[in-house]
Design a protein around this ligand. Structure first.
Ligand code: SF4
Ligand code: SF4
Length: 481
């Protein structure tokens, strides 16, 4: 089944384009239900994978019309693909929902308010320049006592649930969040192995720029030259997740072109080809790996795309890098030791574990840090509620999932949570509310190797609890003190 762009008068055609047997492998066993995030919080069959598959079959058979009520049960799906991992019959729910999503974008299937809010998000989030223009005035608010007071007095609730959800996810905004000052070429240190490209991610570079800096530092120290096109934009993940395929293709083509503009004879990065294009945000990686289906083959990357953990685990850490790794420190400033190891819970992002089948690789890399032990959550495969823009357009359900997830992670007794997807990181930080820090595995590796001095990344990362404030503030405070 291929995804299709749909205008209102194309709906019936698009529905009939679903292969007749696409839903047949479902035997209604219900094994997928316990893993389904929407079923977990809504509890109705229509909001479960089994129910949605049944609904699709009924639509396909002409027994049910796709009206606003039916569409709302598809909109409640987070697109986490946990059901795909759980299904013993091999039902490709991921393909079913991806083919269905474009159909949901007909104006009459959502309220005018929902349509408008989604349009605003899709015109804003994939464009770092626009996002930064909006965020600039919020620097005086995010992470300050004014924000804390606004929350205490409930002033933020006046905004309505969706804007309140946006406000709740806002991290502290430092000067680095507004700069794209990375060089195009970052030479390898130590024994050179090859050169790779790096996609920065539009939300990641605005909300957590240290992740990309740490990723570059780790790759360089492992012998990889890193090429970062300056004019690169969004990979299209946000619009892809919403079934906005024209916008996704446009963004994807521009991203591919930004690499072609810098790599080649006479171009800024020179003629040597890239071994791979890497990314340190799993939502982006999932979409970039689908470029072959989304774009004409000639327009996609003609080199492989890897998540950075997948790439580094496959190539192995360089021996000099491994030897440079030092223990991270506990809350009390003491370095982790064999007697007092640092407990870290790795959070599996859905687009990593279910979307790309990447589970062991980040854990393997984290275990290279001396005296770091991993504590496993009991429901690692269940979505945290972030899911692209889900936590903005379905704030109540997302908040409930966020609370369930942080309770599960907190119950591990971990001092630190590792998260490799910016959306999950912001969602976890919001619901942890300062109790436990969240950092990217690349930041932890860069810290342990003493590679980075920017806030949040330095050797001997110390996590200090500051009641009522968020994770960025915890780490920044610890470093500036
Ligand atoms: S999708 Fe798979 S796991 Fe879920 S009910 Fe159908 S066959 Fe069972
Ligand atoms: S993608 Fe996630 S939320 Fe949607 S049906 Fe599957 S498990 Fe449920």
């Amino acid at each position: 089944m291929t995804s299709v762009d749909v205008t209102p008068n194309q709906t019936d055609k698009a529905l009939s384009s679903l292969p007749a047997d696409a839903t047949d492998p479902c035997v209604h066993c219900g094994f997928c239900l316990p893993t389904c995030a929407s079923y977990r919080v809504l509890g109705t069959e229509m909001d479960s994978p089994r129910g949605r598959i049944h609904t699709l079959k009924a639509i396909d058979n002409g027994e049910l019309e796709l009206d606003a009520t039916v569409a709302s049960h598809f909109d409640s799906c987070l697109g986490c693909f946990a059901c795909v991992s759980a299904c013993p019959s091999g039902v490709r729910y991921d393909q079913l929902i991806e083919a269905t999503r474009p159909l949901l974008n007909q104006a009459e299937l959502r309220s005018p308010c929902q349509n408008h809010f989604r349009q605003v998000l899709l015109k804003l989030l994939p464009y770092p320049g626009r996002l930064r223009a909006l965020l600039q005035p919020l620097r005086a608010y995010a992470g300050t006592p004014i924000q804390a007071l606004s929350r205490r007095l409930g002033i933020n609730k006046i905004l309505g649930p969706q804007l309140e959800a946006m406000e709740a996810l806002l991290p502290t905004l430092a000067a680095e969040n507004f700069q794209d000052d990375l060089q195009v070429l970052h030479p390898a240190t130590g024994q050179r192995r090859s050169r790779v490209g790096l996609v920065l991610g539009c939300v990641q570079r605005c909300f957590d720029p240290n992740v990309n800096q740490a990723t570059i530092a780790v790759l360089q120290a492992n012998g990889f030259e890193v090429v970062v096109p300056k004019d690169q934009g969004c990979c299209g993940a946000v619009s892809h997740h919403q079934g906005q395929l024209n916008q996704t293709r446009e963004l994807a083509e521009k991203l591919v072109k930004s690499f072609a503009n810098v790599v080649g004879p006479g171009r800024p990065a020179g003629a040597e080809p890239l071994e791979a294009v890497l990314v340190a945000a799993s939502g982006c990686g999932h979409t970039m790996k689908a470029y072959g289906e989304l774009l004409n083959e000639k327009k996609g990357f003609n080199i492989p795309v890897f998540d950075v953990h997948e790439f580094l685990a496959e190539h192995g850490l360089a021996s000099n890098f491994q030897q440079s790794l030092q223990p991270l420190t506990h809350h009390n400033g003491q370095p982790a030791s064999p007697q007092t190891p640092l407990k870290v819970a790795y959070h599996d992002a859905c687009h990593m574990i279910h979307g790309q089948g990447i589970q062991a690789q980040p854990r393997k890399l984290l275990k290279a840090i001396p005296h770091l032990v991993l504590s496993e959550a009991t429901e690692a495969g269940v979505c945290c509620g972030s899911a692209g823009i889900y936590n903005l357009v379905n704030p109540q359900e997302a908040a409930e999932l966020g609370r369930i997830k942080v309770a599960d992670l907190s119950n591990t007794g971990a001092e630190l949570i590792a998260s490799a997807n910016i959306g999950c990181t912001l969602q976890l930080r919001r619901h942890l509310d300062g109790d436990v820090a969240v950092a990217h595995p690349m930041e932890l590796l860069a810290c342990a190797a003493g590679l980075h001095q920017s806030p949040g990344i330095q050797k001997g990362l110390r996590i200090t609890k500051i009641s009522g404030e968020g994770q960025d503030r915890q780490i920044n405070q610890a470093i500036s003190s």
